[in-house]
Design a protein around this ligand. Structure first.
Ligand SMILES: *[C@@H]1O[C@H](CO)[C@@H](O)[C@H](O)[C@H]1NC(C)=O
Ligand SMILES: *[C@@H]1O[C@H](CO)[C@@H](O)[C@H](O)[C@H]1NC(C)=O
Ligand SMILES: *[C@@H]1O[C@H](CO)[C@@H](O)[C@H](O)[C@H]1NC(C)=O
Ligand SMILES: *[C@@H]1O[C@H](CO)[C@@H](O)[C@H](O)[C@H]1NC(C)=O
Ligand SMILES: *[C@@H]1O[C@H](CO)[C@@H](O)[C@H](O)[C@H]1NC(C)=O
Ligand SMILES: [Zn+2]
Length: 305
């Protein structure tokens, strides 16, 4: 028995130490399109939020917001924050893109930046985000490990409009055309889903590219739904730490009860025998997936020994 316990510990600690947040590039729910907008809230965010909420309430999107990046800073401008709040209250997803659009290689500084951004979002909306996108999509192994430890979901994209890259196109008109050409090509493939990168810090993305996707791409007619990143991953209730969802009365009620059921399920998993064995050792992990992996490998080891 001692030997088995030891095997569990060795295997589980090896596993725990390699666990990191994996990049999520694509949606998992069929026929979904997740439009994402980075680097706001800024000058044009209000127009974009008004466009979705007031004119296309069936369209849900996700914002990866910053606090202090483009001047004037979001943290200082109440109108930008009102847009953020309106988006949140109407079921659009607010996620983190760090506070200052950078990731420090110092873990403590990185954590501080995430905490400050979460606090800013919570001050404005009442909720803390669980979804995160790294600036420029750069997050090394150490950064991924930290994000796993702090329980963030690390979101990339599978369709890049390159909307920010004015220089490459030469003019605003050409940029709009290039982004829409790209989208026409990928939409023609009728993939199972799309996770699209855009920037609400660009006026033409707000005035032209996003409305083209909603009204002219023909994707809605083909049966695609425009949803938040959390929903396109089947995790609508996981978008905030609170488990609450907004903007859709039916699913808010369901989510309240589901959260309870989910937390009971977690408790069941973590009170298994193997978990007790683990707890007698040095490993303290409350993460159900980590525990599940450990359990599986522990059992495997038990069979082999
Ligand atoms: C962070 O990177 C800089 C150079 O890029 C380096 O000098 C410094 O030692 C690094 N700090 C840590 C904590 O890794
Ligand atoms: C959040 O609100 C509190 C209380 O008003 C304030 O002290 C704090 O600085 C705010 N934090 C951020 C990041 O906005
Ligand atoms: C965006 O703003 C620029 C100036 O900052 C302007 O030249 C351009 O016409 C605007 N584009 C759209 C589509 O509104
Ligand atoms: C949960 O379910 C109970 C009854 O099953 C119901 O009374 C309650 O309104 C539901 N919603 C929430 C958010 O608790
Ligand atoms: C969850 O567990 C608590 C206490 O263990 C219990 O009171 C509650 O009814 C359970 N909820 C559900 C939905 O099973
Ligand atoms: Zn960015």
């Amino acid at each position: 028995m001692k030997c088995l316990n030891f095997a569990y510990l060795v295997l589980a600690s090896a596993l725990t130490s390699v666990v990191k947040s994996e990049f999520i590039y694509s949606c998992t729910e069929s026929k979904t399109i997740a439009m994402t907008f980075d680097d706001g809230p800024h000058k044009y965010t209000k127009d974009l939020v008004d466009y979705f909420v007031d004119k296309h309430p069936d369209v849900k999107v996700t914002f990866f917001h910053v606090g202090r990046f483009h001047y004037p800073f979001a943290i200082d401008v109440p109108e930008y924050q009102e847009a953020m709040k309106k988006a949140h209250d109407n079921g659009l997803q607010i996620a983190s893109h760090t506070f200052e659009h950078k990731i420090s290689n110092d873990t403590e500084e990185f954590k501080e930046s995430l905490d400050t951004m979460d606090e800013f979002i919570a001050n404005v909306t009442g909720d803390k985000p669980r979804y995160f996108r790294a600036p420029k999509g750069h997050c090394d192994e150490k950064c991924q490990k930290s994000l796993d430890e702090w329980d963030y979901r690390l979101i990339q994209w599978d369709s890049d409009t390159n909307d920010w890259n004015l220089e490459k196109s030469g003019s605003v008109e050409q940029r709009i055309e290039d982004s829409i050409e790209f989208l026409k090509e990928v939409f023609a493939e009728e993939k199972d889903s799309y996770l699209i990168l855009m920037h609400d810090s660009q006026n033409y993305t707000v005035s032209d590219i996003a409305p083209w996707i909603v009204e002219k791409s023909g994707m809605k007619e083909k049966g695609y739904r425009f949803v938040t990143v959390a929903e396109c991953l089947g995790d609508k209730q996981g978008m905030y730490r609170s488990g609450k969802t907004y903007g859709d009365a039916v699913s808010s009620v369901i989510s309240g009860n589901d959260t309870v059921i989910e937390s009971n399920r977690t408790v069941e998993i973590s009170t298994g025998d193997v978990q007790q064995n683990l707890e007698s050792g040095a490993i303290i992990s409350s993460k159900p997936m980590t525990i599940l992996f450990s359990v599986c490998f522990g059992l495997l080891a038990a069979l082999l020994l």
